[in-house]
Design a protein around this ligand. Sequence first.
Ligand code: FHN
Length: 627
Amino acid sequence: MMKWLTCRLVGCLAVIAVVLAAGALLGGRPAAMAQERGSASAESESMDELWGDQGVELTEDNRSEWFRANKYGLFLHWGLFSQAAGKWEDTTYYGITEWLMWRGRIPVADYETLAGQFNPEAFDARAWARFAKQAGFRYIVITAKHHDGFAMFDSVHPFNVVDATPFGRDPMRELADACRDEGLGFGFYYSQYQDWHEINDWDGDLPRRDFAAVFEEKIVPQVEELCTGYGPLSFVWFDTPGAMTREQSMRLVDLVREHQPQALINSRVGNGVGDYSTYGDHEIPPRNVEGVWEAIDTSNNSWGFAWYDDIWKDSETIAHNLISVVARGGNYMLNIGPKPDGTLPADNVAFLEQVGQWLALHGETIYGAGPSPWGQRLPFGEVTTRGQTLYLHVFDWTPGGKLRLYGLDTEVRQAVLRDETQTALAFEQDDAGWLTVTLPMAAQPGLVPVVELTLAGEPEVDSRVVGLDHEHPTTLLSHHAEVAGCRHGKASWMETFGEWKHVITLDGWQDGGTARWPVIPHAAGRWAVEIEYNAFDEADASDFALTVEQHGQTTDTANIHLLATTGPRGHMAPSTHFNTPRYRFMNRRVAVIHLETPGPYTLTLQPRNGVKASGPEIHAIRLVPLD
Ligand code: FHN
């Protein structure tokens, strides 16, 4: 497969378009770069082709204010790929189903036959919009054209839903109108670089064309159709910029600005332009991120409807993800893959409606809420803010339990349980910097209970030192560490085709390298040390030391022996058919340390006995209280 991709890289722009897109699905490397192991720059270059440079220069204006105020969007992937639902002839292509044409190397004429079957008679745009509103979504973005090149709108290009299907209606128009009537924001997803109907390298009957011609003849006219025919849009959401030039990206931006000055453009228009950053697929950053950005995610593991995929995220998972993204400072856009008959998968809808019921009570803690001043998840859950109010979202509810927060310098005036009882909760703020809130003895009230703290001023928090709660495990994230001789990295890979996973890491270990975390325990005691890490065979049996220091004196040292968690780095993953590294992060208990007094400590992780093949990728240390 690799060879196949690599040899076609030579000479043909049309092919490069496809290979780069595919290359980006190869664990983030275009084919020609795929052999360059561990090359951070090769990896990020190909991520750019898939997702665009995420470091766009953001505009701070009304558009981004509207975006920040609304926080939760519904993404819809619907098209001819939904009709096939992941299966072509007798083969099911597990993974993201909207890539079926590419994965099955389906010739254009054969793929077009799907249009003859597409007749979603049960489609009711008003019902979709009503559902979205009730579920608490504030805007919808839907695939107007995905990589298969099929327009789900009335286009002058004949490969479109009105002209080529028995359905004969324009569902984009119906949905745009319905969203407007429900007061929801509305926007189009448009694949601007990949269009396999016009350019692919598997169909010998397809005339050879280069991207520049397709851009002029189809992409620009269709974006103009979308921007002029559907009323005011909130978004034009581009995807997979590939090898677009800056001029081409700017052409699209200017076109949108001309006709839809209020619409937001995401960073995947490419070349570092756009109004806000879109993170990688399925990626929720574990530490706060500045600027205007969104995390995008699926309800199961595919964007398009998949006949076999019922692995729905339940309402608690969705609510936790939404809260975590808001606590990190972003927006959350969650996808549903509508069915070919025009209905939405029932279990998927039921979970989302439960989240909507929670949002009806607690929307104030989400829409327009600010990020957590602690910058990362706390042991009990997540914090969002609004002025002088902190909302503590309790993911781990214990009747009569304690919520402990370290480092809040602002005085707390009141703590209240945010439910119909509005119970005032006992709390204590001590001189050592700890706030302790006592939960009532009641069973967990609702999907995610929220405690509201009223402060005497804007929250001031020292988030550098991590407080160790002696009743709950505390996670020390890799990116919170101060490092020398190792680096903050990220592992990104696919489980099944297109099902991305992302984990922040400490990697690139050198002899003598160190990662240091300042911590402060609430009480003295013993703590079990767990490490969440990946180690390929090459890094099997890596030895580390975890040193505990107080006031410059070593008070304890633990030996840590990390075994391989997965095979060799170059292992071929059968579920993706690509030579991506098969990361397997595991949480393993590896040692016990003693923190003899409640004062501040520094924990230092350091390889010993030499580093094996750059050592393991370490995601986090988890300290579990034992006393
Ligand atoms: O290739 C597409 C994929 O099919 C899907 O549309 C996602 C959604 O973010 N975007 C691309 C990959 O990142």
